[in-house]
Design a binder for this molecule. Structure first.
Ligand code: NAD
Ligand code: ZN
Ligand code: ZN
Length: 380
């Protein structure tokens, strides 16, 4: 089968790899209908992770069940399904308490809880930017979708970024009537903004400097804040009569940068500590890593990010972090889509074939104007 394969920094190719197949009786094989490129893939693409050459990328997957193992009882051949990016065993202490993103069994990497498809340090599982995907513990991991092809572009956001954006607001403790600051207007930040609007936030400020992304934020009723036009904290403080927001979401990650493009991994955390009111919550879904050999300073190479912990403590703020447990949210978000209350497809900019992946990665990585979210259709 054809697949998107990592060959080194900023080098990916589309080539033939062995077919995905049933390896355990609890597996299913999915025929991909849509598989998305994610901002998380860019950390690997840019050579800022320990990902191995030869890895098949792709953790945002949906499709139709092609084959099931003999121990699969719930999922059936022909089912249309969304595949959460987390690979969960369904029975460990983390999984049974709702934290499938910290599954204790599926990732053989020492000291790493949580597994995923086609991702650095997240286990040996191949990704779904390919024609077919092997899904372990299919009964646990697959979410059923209505048959047919309706809402394809909305449902494809259920595997990662819509639940992740929602999780950011949950970690932040967002309540109806709150003002919230979302840093990052990439796909994840825009999903957090969409989630906040649906949950009845009073005002949603979305900070970025990419005009096309800020326009999308405005289009869904959020207030765009352009950090290239001045300090985003001051801009939000002015708009809230100096009170700041009730809570905040970090949707940027360790490659946060200033207007000129220089990286400062503490920058957005500092901004959030400043802009969120005392006792407010901060949900960090942007990724930070324990090792980043490509970091600009020595501390950050070892995951030490020197944000303003003193002010954070003094303000009595709370912070929640980590990979999103997709299965906690995906059923409800599917039903919001079906009911017409959520339309996460508003961020989709491109539908391309698998063979177009190298070009799509390059453009998305350059944050070229209009390249917000790329969906690959491996079977046309
Ligand atoms: N926790 C999870 O489960 C999870 C899931 C998916 C993605 N992620 C992570 O979320 C982050 C965002 O993902 P994405 O797909 O939206 O990526 P993206 O790279 O497309 O978007 C990041 C955005 O942040 C903006 N940005 C950079 N510096 C900024 C600053 N100082 N202030 C405000 N905005 C700034 C960039 O211009 C860009 O638009 C990444 O770190 C990704 O790895 C986490
Ligand atoms: Zn993703
Ligand atoms: Zn588990």
């Amino acid at each position: 089968m054809r697949a998107v394969v990592y060959e080194g920094t900023r080098s990916i190719v589309v080539k033939d790899v062995p077919d995905a197949r049933i390896e355990e009786p609890t597996d299913a094989v999915i025929r991909l209908t849509t598989t998305n490129i994610c901002g998380s893939d860019l950390h690997m693409y840019e050579g800022r992770t320990a990902v191995e050459e030869g890895t098949v990328f792709g953790h945002e997957n949906m499709g139709v069940v092609e084959e099931v193992g003999p121990a699969v009882t719930r999922v059936k051949v022909g089912d249309r399904v969304s595949v959460p990016f987390n690979i969960a065993c369904g029975t460990c202490r983390s999984c049974t308490s709702g934290w499938t993103s910290f599954c204790l069994r599926m990732n053989p990497t020492p000291e790493m809880a949580g597994a995923a498809y086609g991702y650095a340090n997240m286990g040996p599982y191949r990704g779904g930017q390919a024609e077919y995907l092997r899904v372990p513990f299919a009964d646990v991991n697959l979410l059923e979708l209505p048959l047919g092809d309706e809402h394809e572009d909305d449902f494809t956001m259920l595997s990662d970024i819509f639940p992740t954006g929602w999780h950011g607001t949950a970690l932040a403790g967002l309540a109806p009537g709150d003002d919230v600051a979302v840093f990052g207007a990439g796909p994840v930040g825009l999903m957090a903004a969409h989630a906040a609007m649906i949950q009845g936030a009073a005002r949603v400020f979305v900070v970025d400097q990419q005009p096309d992304r800020l326009r999308l934020a405005e289009q869904i009723g959020a207030q765009p804040v352009d950090f290239s036009a001045g300090d985003p904290v001051e801009q939000i403080m002015d708009a809230t009569q100096g009170r700041g927001t009730d809570c905040g979401v970090e949707a940027v990650g360790y490659q946060a940068h200033d207007h000129g493009g220089d990286e400062h991994p503490e920058l957005v955390l500092d901004n959030l500590v400043q802009v969120v009111r005392p006792t407010g919550g901060i949900g960090v879904v942007g990724v930070y890593v324990p090792q980043d050999p490509g970091a600009a300073d020595e501390g950050a190479k070892e995951g030490r990010v020197g944000f303003d912990y003193g002010t954070f403590f003094t303000k009595g703020q709370r912070m929640g972090t980590g990979q999103a447990p997709v299965a906690r949210y995906n059923r409800q978000l599917r039903d919001l889509i079906v009911a017409g209350r959520a339309t996460p497809s508003f961020i989709v900019s491109h539908h391309l074939g698998l063979e177009d992946a190298p070009e799509a990665y390059a453009k998305f990585d350059a944050r070229e104007d209009g390249w917000t979210k790329v969906l690959l259709r491996p079977h046309g």
